[in-house]
Design a protein around this ligand. Structure first.
Ligand code: FMN
Length: 368
């Protein structure tokens, strides 16, 4: 075993001795203080993805929820992520749900969380990002609504207005299962209303900023085929710039080994989410066509699963739970694998492989 893999393994062991929330907070603190070891990255032009003015230097992103408060953006990029999505940030600071609210299902390589958007709020997160200055990769800022907000649409609009100047792209997260009623925004009419307001707010910022900040919509994997088609339709008519598929699931597959922990309320992520999220991604790709940027998220914990997401239709992938079980070397392993894949398939850029297995995934059923 290489020194790198050994340090990585020891790090995971140590962190798993702590309860999941303490372990997560310690990881953020370690990263923010520059104490976390880093192992270098894979540089390969064939992994680059150009989206408007943005260049993603590789296709692996840190999913939202890991760095909710934007404390470790540059250190995460140093680990090899091509992009980092911070948040979800809400207008007002929030405590989130009572503890415990984060659970490891180690036998399943899964996580259940019901944090409920605990975050420092717009003001503090805005200042933190502004002070940190430009980062060496692409920065996504994920915005949401306060639990007790009387006008959730207004909360998203505030998020867009506040963070447009700092973000390379923005994400409207309407798919957390831990804010009661939030996922109702995925319903056709509500979604149309929300996206019209968000895109208007984004367009208003254009004169001031001299650029149109791309807006992504992040959806749940718990939507039936018809609903998914409706979401795709609304996204296209609203001129939203891309989609992130998907958030955590409220489903509990019967195959979960840790049936005790599986009873915890919240969103399930990690390995058991892979199949469901990848099917939802492929169906979304089929519905929106080849050109809309899609980020595939859910259950990526090996290089092969990262490749499968891209073959199913993702331009970029993101991960969170995979880091919990595999540590930071996962990022480098994925990029290394993808780099070799591009060479083996004799294509000029990874993007040429996007969607090559779309039919296989999109033909599967989401219903079970
Ligand atoms: C502990 C935890 C907290 C999360 N918080 C957020 C969040 O605040 N906003 C969001 O959009 N997604 C959040 N997510 C969802 C992830 O971004 C991702 O969509 C999901 O976990 C599936 O990816 P994974 O299987 O690689 O973890 C969270 C996930 C976890 C595990």
């Amino acid at each position: 075993m290489s020194i790198e893999n050994l340090i990585n393994k020891v790090g995971i062991r140590a962190l798993h001795c702590l309860d999941p929330e303490t372990s997560h907070n310690a990881t953020i603190k370690m990263l923010a203080s520059g104490l976390a070891p880093t192992f270098g990255q894979i540089e390969d032009k064939a992994l680059e993805y150009k989206w408007g003015d943005l260049t993603f230097k590789n296709p692996v992103g840190m999913a939202a929820g890991f760095d909710k408060n934007a404390e470790a953006i540059a250190p995460l990029m140093k680990l090899g992520f091509g992009h980092v999505e911070v948040g979800t940030v809400t207008p007002l600071p929030q405590e989130g749900n009572p503890k415990p609210r984060n659970f490891r299902l180690s036998a399943d390589r899964a996580v259940i969380n019901r944090y409920g958007f605990n975050n420092d709020g717009h003001d503090v997160v805005y200042e933190r990002i502004r002070k940190a200055g430009r980062t060496p990769g692409v920065l996504g800022i994920n915005v949401g609504a306060n639990k007790l907000s009387e006008d959730r649409v207004a909360d998203y609009v505030l998020g867009v207005k506040r963070f447009a100047e700092l973000a390379d792209y923005l994400t409207a997260n309407i798919s957390s299962p831990n804010t009661p009623g939030l996922r109702d925004l995925q319903e056709k009419d509500a979604l149309g209303h929300l996206l019209t307001a968000i895109m208007e707010a984004r367009n208003e910022q254009e004169d001031r900023l001299g650029r149109k900040v791309p807006v992504m919509l992040k959806i749940a994997p718990d939507v039936a085929d018809e609903a998914l088609k409706e979401i795709a339709e609304v996204v296209l008519t609203s001129n939203v710039d891309g989609m992130i598929v998907s958030n955590t699931t409220i489903a509990r597959p019967a195959t979960l080994k840790d049936q005790q922990q599986a009873k915890e309320a919240g969103g399930l992520s990690g390995a058991p989410l892979f199949e469901r999220a990848t099917i939802a991604l492929a169906k979304t790709r089929r519905a929106v066509g080849p050109d809309l940027p899609l980020f595939g998220v859910g259950g990526v914990d090996t290089p092969e699963k990262a490749a499968a997401k891209i073959f199913a239709g993702a331009n970029q992938i993101q991960l969170y739970s995979g880091m919990v079980y595999e540590g930071q070397t996962l990022v480098k392993k994925i990029n290394h694998h993808l780099s070799r894949l591009v060479a083996a398939r004799k294509v000029a850029n990874l993007q040429e492989l996007v969607g090559i297995d779309n039919d296989i995934w999109a033909d599967k059923s989401l219903e079970n």
